[in-house]
Write a protein that binds this ligand. Structure first.
Ligand code: ADP
Ligand code: MG
Length: 553
């Protein structure tokens, strides 16, 4: 990979020949050749500085499964950042050989204080900031002040002053910055700004799929700045601004559960399990028609043409004319999914994990340019509950008979019963654009045909065209991401490494380990209390739930 040259303020008069190396990101262990082994790959340099003919290098060291406490001449500068002083000549030789001399990059870090159970600030203070301070990168921090603030920030950000836009949050804020960047009139430039996520939310599906579930590893990836291409889904509805998604679109049981889980935010990732279980008990049917564009007719991506008016917001896709005449069937080669009057769930996915604990499939790649869709029409509680409980987190659910799978290049969803004004394209009852989880209540999510869930946020339920923008943006990835070309192996590797890192992270501070155990126990108690409360509420509703179950059986 071509590295940019150092310029400007990084030139020094005293050690001109050495200065380019005063910001080196790469492997430490100068006398060891990095191998494919998980531990050495995680052994990454944060930064170096030069003084008195000695290079001081700051790095994070992972040795399985605990973080090794290194002895003299290495000294700990924080709990997990170590420093070592080594001979300049030797260091330069190794650094040159590795070719790791990037220009210090300029990073804008957006922190969502509301993400997950509100730990983003703590993660930023205890992990991200100390590491970035040692990194020599130019970092600006900003807190998001209200829901969807990140859209406004990304929409206005000056591309000339920035090399990476990073978020400390869950997938929702990453979704927002993608939408901010792609809605700009200069979207064809802004889409090239690398984006990065340091996980601090409840879902964290993207970070987990990338292998950066640990904030330490995610921050190291940010420091190194390695990127990979990312497919983006474009979602269009008539008379509404386009919405872009990097993670998932879902409709039906999983969508309703995801959005409804917002009220149990204080439970952390457990909120998805609780809301999912409740939704399974109260299973609904979601009527509608779904059309697909077969993969051989894959959408060739956005229309990028010089004849576009300069104020066109966001990349236009190929088939938007399908939204003009809402009553018409799409022409060939589009075809309808065979004769389904209703669905129980539908999921379009761009990566392996749906949430940090929900490993859904290894078929999906971030940049394979294909839309992978799973759907089910099964509405019997007892046929759904076991597969979901047993196989939801091991990638096997998708192999069950219950789940149908289709690959496509485009998806047209027409929710609602024909002739009835359920499809809000005929009934402008909802907000003119993407609404936040908070406003989900106003959409009356208990009404058929359910909500549309885009990356964990609500979208109006209406005739929707989804197309793919292949390899459209760049996302920061850990350095091992490109090592294994075989994606299946990479999935395994990513999972193994995430496990190692998470173990390390858990072990590396006894205090934190104890605190997290207490937290886990408290969470469990709270979850049990929530379940009991929920059942109590159901009972007070007059046994409808139990009647529903009995009917299903
Ligand atoms: P999680 O994974 O926990 O859902 P997200 O990163 O998805 O975390 O963020 C959840 C929501 O928080 C998003 O809808 C975002 O718009 C909203 N949000 C961001 N900043 C704030 C804030 N300062 N106050 C309230 N909500 C916010
Ligand atoms: Mg979210």
């Amino acid at each position: 990979m071509q590295r940019p040259q150092l310029t400007g303020p990084y030139l020094s008069t005293s050690w001109p020949q050495l200065v380019p190396y005063s910001c080196i990101y790469g492997y430490i262990a100068p006398d060891q050749v990095p191998t494919e082994s998980a531990h050495q790959e995680l052994n990454v340099l944060v930064n170096s500085s030069l003084q008195d003919r000695t290079v001081t290098i700051y790095y994070v060291e992972f040795t399985s499964p605990d973080l090794k406490i290194v002895s003299s001449p290495k000294t700990a500068t924080t709990d997990f950042i170590f420093e070592q002083r080594i001979d300049v000549q030797r260091f330069m030789a190794v650094a040159k050989q590795r070719g790791v001399f990037p220009r210090p990059r300029r990073i804008l870090l957006l922190v969502n204080p509301n993400g997950g159970v509100g730990r983003a600030k703590t993660i930023k203070e205890s992990v991200v900031r100390p590491m970035l301070e040692h990194s020599g990168l130019m970092v600006k921090e900003q807190y998001t002040e209200y829901g969807r603030h990140a859209i406004d920030i990304a929409y206005k950000v000056n591309l000339e002053e920035l090399d990476t836009l990073a978020v400390v949050s869950g997938d929702g804020v990453l979704h927002e910055i993608i939408n901010g960047l792609l809605s700009r009139p200069d979207w064809n430039q802004s889409r090239r700004l690398p984006i990065s996520i340091i996980p601090a939310g409840s879902g964290n599906a993207i970070a987990t799929s990338l292998g950066t579930r640990s904030p330490v590893v995610a921050t190291l990836a940010l420091i190194r700045g390695e990127t990979a291409r990312l497919d983006i889904f474009s979602l269009s509805q008539r008379n509404r601004p386009r919405i872009y998604s990097m993670l998932l679109f879902s409709w039906g049981m999983m969508a309703d559960a995801d959005i409804e889980s917002d009220r149990y935010r204080w439970l952390g990732p457990l909120r998805f399990d609780i809301a999912g279980f409740i939704r399974m008990i109260r299973l609904r049917r979601y009527p509608g028609k779904v059309y697909i564009l077969p993969p051989q007719h894959e959408s060739p991506g956005p229309i990028i043409s010089s004849s576009h008016p300069p104020d066109l917001k966001g990349p236009a896709v190929q088939h938007e004319s399908l939204l003009k005449h809402t009553q018409e069937e799409p022409p060939s080669p589009w075809k309808q999914l065979p004769n389904m009057p209703f669905y129980s769930m539908m999921l379009l996915l761009n990566c392996m994990f749906v949430g940090e604990s929900i490993y859904f499939t290894d078929r999906v790649r971030f940049n394979d340019g294909i839309m992978h869709v799973w759907y089910s029409c099964e509405t019997r509680f007892w046929r759904i509950v076991l597969p979901f409980v047993l196989d939801q987190n091991n990638g096997k659910l998708v192999e069950r008979e219950l789940m149908q799978y289709v690959k496509c290049g485009g998806l047209l969803i027409v929710p609602g019963v024909e002739g009835e004004p359920n499809d809000s394209t005929t009934h402008e009852i909802v907000h003119p654009e993407l609404v936040t989880s908070d406003s989900a209540k106003q959409l009356n999510i208990h009404q058929k045909p359910g909500v549309f869930d885009v990356d964990g946020e609500v979208m109006p339920t209406a005739r929707t065209l989804i197309e793919i923008l292949p390899s459209f943006m760049d996302i920061v990835v850990p350095e091992w991401f490109h090592h294994k070309q075989d994606q299946g192996e990479r999935a395994d590797l990513a999972r193994q490494k995430t496990e190692i890192v998470m173990k390390s992270a858990r072990c590396h501070r006894d205090r934190e380990a104890k605190a997290s155990k207490i937290m886990e126990a408290a969470m469990l108690l709270l979850a049990m209390a929530a379940i009991v409360t929920t059942y109590a509420i159901f009972f007070s509703e007059g046994f409808q739930v139990w009647a529903g179950i009995v009917r299903h059986i």
